[in-house]
Design a protein. Structure first.
Length: 359
């Protein structure tokens, strides 16, 4: 009988994509893998139908609204009961939590079933769900050294393994970008949920660049309700474009990109760095524990990106910054050539070697 691992991850891309990547790895190794997520996570995992998936919902009791606080407590209680039912039925040999509140119930209950629990954190600050789970986890795998909110008493559980990137991206580490294209290619990434403000600010900024004589093509992620209007705007201004809500083949886009404009989730920024794609970082200003700003600052300090805070993110500032970047094309090419992401691309092997003693 194959060993069985249960994975749990919240529904944002930063949580769910590393989980899916690792699930594929262990599935190919002969393990049975199961995913516990919410409806948003199921949306991202729908192309992986060979994986059994359970859907649970988990609220956060930190909500200040009294009614919503009680409702979220009820939802948490219900999700704990459902987690008991899932674990009794599946009897996994090991549990892996990837953060987000939906990962908490199944990870927490696994401790009482004496199922070894491991958690993964890919941000530079530990997420709240993972922080609550630290006392129950055997180890916490981290992508990079955590610089904020990590309790010293759990340092013995700390295990730096690197980012869990899609293997297609890892295998393209040594590719060379085409710097002699006729058109400059800009990629706009709003994160797994899109970014409405990008849909308002970026298109007029691109039009300003076109007026200055730049020949551009734009690949832009957007929210569903913005897709038609953004596409129409680019068409009316004769700008080559590809507007999408979600693109599973992100590698193809990265390979052709000269410059990206992006939110600063850990998975997205790691993929950009690994594929040597310079980017303008616009961190989400109200991300929990300001983790997006920490991610952006890390890559800015390493010379991988330009940091543009949202309070300064407007059409004029953005277009001026892009023009300044493209005017110094040699510098842009040097950055692309010299970008050296963390060379630890053995995250799969590191995790597998660590859990082997517990499964």
């Amino acid at each position: 009988m194959n060993k069985k691992i249960i994975f749990s991850a919240g529904g944002t891309g930063g949580h769910i994509f590393p989980a899916i990547n690792l699930m594929k790895h262990f599935f190919k190794k002969g393990y049975d893998v199961i995913l516990v997520t919410d409806k948003r996570g199921q949306h991202f995992a729908k192309n992986n139908l060979k994986f059994k998936t359970y859907i649970i919902e988990a609220g956060t009791p930190t909500n200040k609204n009294i009614f919503k606080k009680f409702l979220s407590i009820f939802i948490v209680f219900y999700s704990l009961v459902k987690s008991i039912i899932i674990l009794k039925k599946e009897k996994p040999n090991l549990a892996l939590g990837f953060g987000g509140y939906v990962s908490f119930p199944i990870s927490f209950i696994s401790f009482f079933f004496k199922i070894p629990l491991f958690i993964y954190e890919n941000n530079l600050t530990i997420g709240r769900a993972n922080k609550y789970l630290l006392p129950f986890a055997k180890k916490i795998f981290v992508a990079k050294k955590i610089v904020k909110n990590f309790p010293n008493k759990y340092k013995t559980k700390y295990c730096e393994v690197g980012e869990i990137l899609n293997k297609d991206i890892i295998n393209y580490f040594n590719f060379k970008k085409d710097n002699k294209k006729e058109k400059l290619s800009i990629l706009v990434l709003g994160g797994s949920q899109g970014a409405k403000i990008f849909g308002k600010i970026v298109p007029p900024a691109i039009r300003e660049l076109k007026k200055k004589g730049y020949t551009l093509e734009v690949n832009q992620q957007c929210t569903k309700d913005q897709k038609n209007s953004i596409s129409q705007y680019y068409e009316e201004n004769s700008i080559t474009n590809n507007i999408f809500e979600f693109d599973s083949n992100i590698l193809k886009l990265l390979l052709s990109t000269d410059l990206a404009i992006t939110r600063c989730g850990a998975s997205t920024t790691a993929e950009l760095a690994y594929t040597r794609t310079p980017f303008i970082a616009v961190p989400l200003p109200y991300s929990i524990d300001n983790h997006q700003h920490l991610n952006a600052q890390y890559y800015n300090d390493n010379g991988f990106c330009w940091l543009l805070e949202e309070n300064n993110f407007n059409t004029n500032n953005l277009s001026n910054l892009i023009i300044e970047i493209f005017k110094k094309k040699k510098k842009l090419e040097d950055i692309t050539t010299n970008m050296k992401p963390a060379e630890n691309n053995n995250s799969y092997k590191n995790i597998e070697n660590t859990i082997r003693d517990f499964i």
